[in-house]
Design a protein. Structure first.
Length: 318
């Protein structure tokens, strides 16, 4: 019989054997830690950011337990600082060269090539986001220990970067409808390549199985946002039209109409903010279902996971 680990409000069971993944940190302690980090980051003009991030990870790892034993984070702020410094020393000359090339092309009348260069720069940085994400996750995993056992992330940085690059473009084109494909691809790359000692993680994700929850959340969010937008868009058009007609050479009726329409704009804006807050509910519906699904389809050497956080738990995070 396979063992089961449940996370969230955490319990676990398998033939009488119980495991738990739980976080035991205190909100007050974590708040003070972030206050100190914020002050030191400001005093050092941002340089302390890397050490601040490391202190946060040390705290979170040390207060997260599996089977009663805490995780350990061995990373150092100096490592993050040197990594960022190396990346900066590489990118700054590249950016300077590309900026110089862009201006040179414009001055020589080659505007089309200048635009192509700018687009290439945008695509390149968009691609590098994926590279940075995977390398950062590899670093975090390599600096994580549990009972002295090392963790790691084995996989191809370029494979992840290329895959997530095209999936993000597809997600933009489809107005977010391919989100389950994108997120499950990321989960598969991050979790499927994870190693704990000599043990490996296996995953079995199918985006189609998430679409029912996703479309429900997407549809609810759309309907919630639709009401204030129906009020706001015509009101803005009327406000601009009335203001123009009541301007120099116009008539006062336009300004009176603008005053009335302005009230509609204010009311619609308030409704929009309320709608944004209410849209947390469909978002939480999808997030709860997504992480429950990911946990159920992730296994480690016969150990099966379950995630029990509910929609209510996700809402409370906000």
């Amino acid at each position: 019989m396979s063992e089961v680990v449940e996370t969230g409000p955490a319990t676990a069971e398998s033939g009488g054997r119980v495991y738990k993944i739980e976080h035991k940190g205190e909100g007050g302690d974590f708040f003070l830690l972030n206050v100190v980090n914020l002050i030191l980051t400001g005093l050092t003009l941002g340089i302390y950011t890397f050490w601040a991030k490391t202190r946060v990870r040390h705290y979170l790892w040390a207060h997260t337990e599996f089977d009663g034993e805490p995780f350990e984070y061995t990373g150092r702020g100096l490592e993050l600082f040197l990594g960022a410094l190396i990346v900066g020393l590489f990118l700054l000359p590249v950016l300077w060269f590309l900026g110089f090339g862009f201006e040179a092309l414009l001055l020589s009348g080659q505007a089309v090539l200048a635009v192509v260069l700018q687009l290439s720069l945008f695509v390149g940085f968009f691609f590098l986001i994926g590279v940075a994400e995977y390398r950062a996750r590899q670093y975090q995993m390599s600096r994580t220990r549990w009972r002295g056992i090392a963790m790691s992330l084995e996989g191809s940085t370029m494979k992840y970067a290329v895959g997530v690059f095209f999936r993000r473009i597809l997600n933009v084109i489809t107005l977010g409808f391919s989100t389950p494909h994108l997120e499950l691809y990321q989960a598969k790359q991050f979790l499927g390549g994870a190693r704990f000692g000599s043990g490996s993680v296996t995953t079995n994700y199918n985006p189609k199985e998430l679409y029912r929850s996703f479309l429900l959340a997407y549809g609810l969010a759309f309907l919630i946002m639709l009401i204030p937008l129906i009020l706001l868009v015509p009101a803005y058009v009327e406000l601009i039209t009335a203001s123009v007609s009541g301007g120099p050479g116009g008539n006062l009726d336009g300004l009176e109409d603008a005053g009335a329409t302005f009230q509609s704009v204010v009311f619609g804006t308030i409704l929009l903010y309320i709608a944004i807050m209410v849209s947390v509910i469909p978002y939480s519906i999808y997030q709860a279902r997504k992480w429950q699904y990911i946990a159920q389809r992730t296994m480690f050497e016969g150990l099966q996971f379950k995630f029990r956080a509910t929609v209510k738990d996700w809402i409370w995070l906000f």
